[in-house]
Design a protein around this ligand. Structure first.
Ligand code: ZN
Length: 369
């Protein structure tokens, strides 16, 4: 998450918060205050939101700490206005482990709900005559309802909800991971469709959730398909090894002519045989406007994605492929190839053809630049 503030570190995991969260707090506090409430009512509302987010944080720690049992690290946990996200470095491939990691989050909220329910029961809350005007204002009752909602919402069996992963992992106990994902994604899409229809008659929020679920299902299926398509391949297998390059002090006009003549949109820059960086099309034009045609090539080098090792498994390199469209493959400081979004897709397509498996369009799946 680009726009998030670091707020601390617990159990070795960075906790971040999205700035809009602060607006939510102010909004809920103010709206309680303005709708005729007192200062206490406003503070209670703010406290309720904070308590709810603590529950969401504990939910994410449920995922993160269970993943740690299987040696999977968590990069960070970010609290967003719509909930939390724990960024795990990878997902367990073993369906039993995935099942445990996915279910651990909702399980935390179920435990909290059970605790709150017992507390309310012991305090005699439920044996009092139900006063409907006071009922909705009870802090603990509201927190209980919120936690039950969290459990139910997260267990909807559709990606990107935890329930989607639970479903996939249960299916994967009896079949191949990719097939299980496709079935789970289709069930998710079916649910999203029904939710959308229901939303037309009941509540527009359902339509929004349906759209979210529909795209979540598609993205998950594509990501798994991509990974399955690249299994067993090394970076070397997906790189372009014939490409054009320029020397660091060649003028930008040369780079421009080369790009025009060859159609290669990313041009590597070399100095004394060593790789310096890549000039991207947009950077080339911007630098020429700023510094003129005669400026040396190296001035147009953009921000650098890390060089890839040619023997690295492609599936291990995949997480890096989200923040660029071209990656240099380096042997020492020497550039031996380029992996591009297109070369990846080409390789995957050929690989699937060779395996004789069903090919589906995978366009743009790695293009989330
Ligand atoms: Zn979760």
């Amino acid at each position: 998450m680009k726009w998030s503030w670091y707020i601390g570190r617990i159990a070795g995991i960075d906790i971040k918060i999205h700035p809009t969260f602060v607006f939510i707090l102010i909004w809920f506090g103010l709206s309680a205050y303005l709708s005729g409430g007192s200062f206490t009512a406003a503070m209670t509302n703010v406290l309720l939101i904070l308590a709810l987010f603590l529950c969401v944080l504990l939910h994410e720690f449920g995922h993160a700490l269970t993943a740690r049992l299987f040696d999977i690290k968590t990069r960070d946990i970010t609290l967003l206005p719509i909930g939390g996200v724990a960024r795990l470095e990878s997902l367990p491939e073993d369906p039993k482990e995935e099942l445990l990691v996915s279910i651990a989050g909702p399980a935390v909220n179920a435990v909290i709900a059970a605790g709150l329910f017992s507390g309310l029961l012991l305090s005699g809350f439920f044996s009092q005559p139900m006063n409907l005007s006071v009922l909705p204002n009870n802090f603990w009752l509201q927190l209980l309802i919120a936690n039950i909602t969290l459990v139910l919402f997260n267990l909807i069996p559709a990606f990107p909800m935890d329930g989607g992963r639970v479903l996939r992992s249960i299916l994967a106990l009896g079949m191949d991971h990719l097939k299980a994902t496709c079935i789970a994604a289709n069930i998710g899409k079916g649910l999203a469709f029904l939710m959308g229809i229901a939303g037309l008659f009941l509540n527009p929020w359902l339509i929004l959730t349906a759209v979210f679920v529909w795209f979540g299902a598609g993205a998950e299926a594509q990501a798994v398909e991509l990974k399955a398509g690249l299994k067993g391949l090394a970076v070397r297998d997906a790189m372009v090894s014939k490409f054009y390059q320029v020397e660091a002090n060649q003028p930008l006009s040369d780079v421009f002519q080369l790009a025009m003549a060859t159609g290669q949109s990313n041009i590597p820059v070399i100095s004394n045989g060593n790789y310096l960086g890549i000039i991207r099309r947009a950077d080339l034009i911007k630098t020429m406007e700023r510094l003129g045609n005669r400026a040396p090539a190296y001035t147009a080098i953009g921000s650098e994605p890390a060089g890839l090792d040619p023997d690295m498994p492609l599936t291990d390199a995949l997480p890096q492929f989200t923040d660029s469209r071209v990656w240099p493959v380096l042997e020492g400081r020497q550039l031996i190839g380029l992996v591009t979004t297109e070369s990846l897709q080409q390789r995957m397509w050929l690989n699937q053809r060779a395996k004789g498996t069903k090919t589906q369009s995978t366009s743009e799946s790695t293009d989330a630049a």
